[in-house]
Each structure stands twice: as C-alpha cells, then as structure tokens.
Design a protein around this ligand. Structure first.
Ligand code: EPZ
Length: 418
C-alpha cells in the first residue's frame, strides 16, 4: 500500500490545469455501450476508477484503445450483459452500466454494488425508476436480474435527486421509442455533460441542469462521436481549499467557476480572495481564515458532499467555532478521528460536526478511509507542523491523478513512498 510523506508549512503558489471530471467520465464511458460505432473521448484522465470502468467495458466485449490523452471505445461487439460481484466490488459505479446494457441488449445481470465507507449506498431509487419504465426486475442471490422486453417511455419521479439513478434512466430511455420525463432529477454539471455527450451521439435529451429532464427516445442505437468532457469541479475545489489553507496564491486553469459557486461563497466568507474568469479561478489568502458558521451539504447547486471532508480541514484551522451538517451520506465523517490525531478539535453527533478552530495542526501517521477523506488528510498534512504520513493512498488515486505531483508543482513538500 502506497503512502504520502508530507512536510507541512509550505504555501501553495503557481498555476495548475484541472483535468477532466471522474464523475462525468464514468457515466459517459458506460453510455458508450449504447453507441453503434467508435467513440473518441479527447480528454480522458486515467484515474483508477476510470481504468476499472474501461476494464469492465472490455469484459463485456468492448474494444478500447488509447491515442495520447484520448481514449477510443468501440462497443459494437458487446455480447455480455453480466456485471459480476468482483467487478461491482471493485467499482461501485459499475452499476451505472445497467441502463446502457438494458438499452443495448435488453437483458442485464448486475451484482449489488454494496456499500462503502461513506454509506450503505442502496440502489432502491435506481430499481424503482427502472420498474416505472416497465423493466422487470428480480433480486436474488446478491444479483439483480433485469429484462427490458416490456420497457416503455414513462414519466418518472425520483424520491431523491440521485445522480446515478438519473444517469441510468437517461441511458435506458434515450434509445427506446417514446418520451420519458424524469422529475426531481439530479442537477449536477456531470448530468448536463452526459446529456451533451448523448446528444452528440444522436440522442434527443433536454432539461439537464434543471429538476426535470425530457428524453425523446430515438428508437435505435446511437452513432459515433468525438467528445471533450468538463473539468473536475471536485479536484478544482480540493486545490482551492488547499491553497486557502496554506495561505498561498494559485490559478486553477480550466476550472469552471459556475460549477463551484457554493464553494466560492464559503471561501469568500472565510476571507479568501477569489478572481473568477471564464476558464479559470484564482485563489489567494494572506491571513488566517475566519470560520464560516454553518455549512450544509445538499444536492447541487448547494455545497457538495464531495468537498465536505476538505472544507472540514479549513474550518478546523480557522478562527472561530463552526458547524458542518452532512445531509447526503450517513457516515461521511470517518476522517474526523484521523484529523483529531493531528490536533483538530471536532465533535461529531448525528451527522453534524462541531468544530473549534485551532491555530495549527501537528503532523501524524494517518489513514485514508475513502477518496475524499484521503484528499482532506493531504490538505491537513500541508498545513501541519512537522511531517505527516498518509496511508491507503490507493483511495486517493481513485479520483486524483498523482496528487503529489500536482501539489509538488505548487510548492508542497510531498512525496509518494510505494
Ligand atoms: C454520485 O454518487 C458521485 N459518484 C458521488 O461521488 C457523489 O458523492 C454523489 O453522486 C452525490 O453527489 C459518481 O458520480 C461516480 P447518489 P451516486 O445516488 O450517484 C442515496 C466521489 O467522491 N441513494 O446521488 O452513488 C445514497 O445512499 C463520489 O467522487 C439511495 O438511497 O450518489 C446517498 O445517500 C462519492 N438510493 C444519496 O442518495 C439509491 O438508489 C445520494 O446518492 C441511490 C442513492
């Protein structure tokens, strides 16, 4: 298991280009299953999760090849419709292939993706929506057996604006006949990117980014396309918070400030200077930050749960007391015991963290428990007195491509020990 060794105290300065978004690449890779031809994604980023997703596509019969920063996917020979327990355990979001497999083959056998360290991660909303589309579903022996013979367009209301469920229904309904409407759908930028990708392949989808999406099914598979994905707002947000915590000055190139309004509002209230341009975000802080009284994670466009662990570190070293409410996942404060080892003063009760800001943290040996918790421990190491070892870096590699190289470029004293 790799570790990151960090000597704290350096300010982050300079500029960094934000890569394509993991959470847009994953559903777009899955939706290639619906395309009767080659798909070229120009700005593929080989995050560990995205490599696993390409391996899953290969296991179903797809051909994958790489050309520089592009990946080319050809699903014309897809002949398999099973996502095994092993694959589902390796990548929860393999479940996002369900809608596309049903759209292409009409049958699917998918293992339950199971929970992870941030929550139970049930799939009931996905299954209810697919049943509303007329898909017959039998759940047995840890697998979900689906038959789409009776699939038909319908109006679907999601009990919760689930990102994955919205994406599964968009994929399953865009190649059948009839118009499907999803109300109370997720509004994340990644949903809009999936809509734009599918439309570039000949689908007819509108409304992404609002709470109602309309899919006019085309009744056949989609055609080849070449596509460039949006940048990763969570990586941009992570580096913005790291810059603010270290009191540095960093330009985040290709960051879309429109996707980060909830975060930049919090940062401005904390005393961070922000300059927003069309294709970049400049972050700088020159004094100790002030605690933001209450941050509450909610579906987009509110404060994202995927930046909660990172902003927790900023609050932990800011001047004042504050509260963070986690309203999306039931156990996303697992990083708190690790931060307390470093001197943070945080109490968690009923999914709410009560934070008393301290002047400084102290280096320690800490353990990442999930992807974003790992990123927050790196930020804590950057600002701590002394050195910090972050273990279980494989979690971080799922959604950051060599985080230590990015941060070293910005002046951090950080290295990977394999
Ligand atoms: C996506 O997960 C993201 N992953 C997550 O990012 C992100 O945290 C999450 O959306 C929320 O924004 C990808 O896009 C690959 P949800 P997803 O369905 O689709 C409950 C990261 O760090 N729920 O919107 O799985 C669920 O338990 C990852 O990059 C049900 O109860 O999230 C959670 O409490 C972590 N039943 C809430 O809804 C369901 O059928 C939001 O889940 C589905 C979800």
């Amino acid at each position: 298991m790799s570790k990151l060794y960090i000597i704290g105290g350096n300010k982050l300065n300079g500029e960094i280009t934000i890569p394509s978004a993991k959470n847009t690449l994953l559903p777009i890779l899955a939706s290639c299953i619906l395309v009767d031809g080659e798909v070229k994604i120009n700005n593929f980023t080989n995050y560990r999760d995205c490599i696993i997703m390409t391996n899953i596509l290969s296991s179903l019969g797809a051909k994958i090849k790489y050309e520089g920063s592009a990946v080319i996917i050809d699903c014309r020979n897809i002949n398999e419709w099973t996502i095994t327990t092993e694959l589902a355990k390796e990548l929860r979001s393999s479940f996002f292939t369900l809608g596309a497999v049903l759209g292409r083959i009409g049958l699917a056998k998918v293992a339950y993706p199971g929970g992870c360290n941030i929550g139970a991660r049930p799939v009931n909303i996905h299954l209810k929506a697919l049943r509303d589309l007329g898909v017959s579903i039998i759940e047995r022996h840890g697998y979900i057996y689906c038959n789409a013979d009776g699939i038909k367009a319908n109006t679907i209301h999601l009990d919760f604006p689930s990102v994955g469920a919205t994406e599964n229904i968009m994929m399953a309904s865009c190649v059948i006949n009839g118009t499907t409407i999803i109300s109370n759908c997720a509004k994340e930028p990644e949903i809009e990117d999936l809509q734009n990708f599918l439309n570039s392949c000949g689908a007819n989808i509108s409304g992404a980014g609002t709470d109602t999406i309309t899919i006019v099914g085309v009744g056949h598979l989609l055609h080849s396309t070449e596509y460039t994905c949006i940048s990763d707002r969570i990586i941009a947000g992570t580096y913005a918070i790291a810059t603010a915590c270290t009191g540095g000055s960093v330009k985040l190139k290709d960051a879309n400030s429109q996707h980060l309004i909830a975060l930049t509002n919090v940062l401005k209230n904390a005393g961070v200077n922000i300059v927003e341009n069309k294709k970049s975000l400049h972050i700088s802080a020159d004094k100790r930050l002030v605690s933001v009284p209450h941050i509450s994670t909610m579906p987009y466009p509110c404060f994202p749960t995927d930046l909660q662990s990172q902003i927790l570190v900023m609050q932990a070293i800011s001047n004042g007391n504050s509260v963070i409410s986690e309203n999306i996942f039931e156990s996303r404060f697992k990083v708190v015991p690790e931060l307390k080892k470093m001197g943070a003063v945080i109490l968690v009760k009923n999914n709410v963290a009560y934070i008393s800001g301290v002047e400084c943290l102290y280096g320690a040996e800490v353990y990442a428990t999930d992807l974003r918790a790992g990123a927050s421990l790196v930020i804590a190491g950057l600002v701590a007195n002394g050195y910090t070892t972050v273990n279980n870096v494989e979690y971080i590699d799922r959604g950051y491509l060599k985080i230590e190289e990015d941060l070293s470029k910005l002046g951090a004293d950080i290295k990977r020990i394999d």
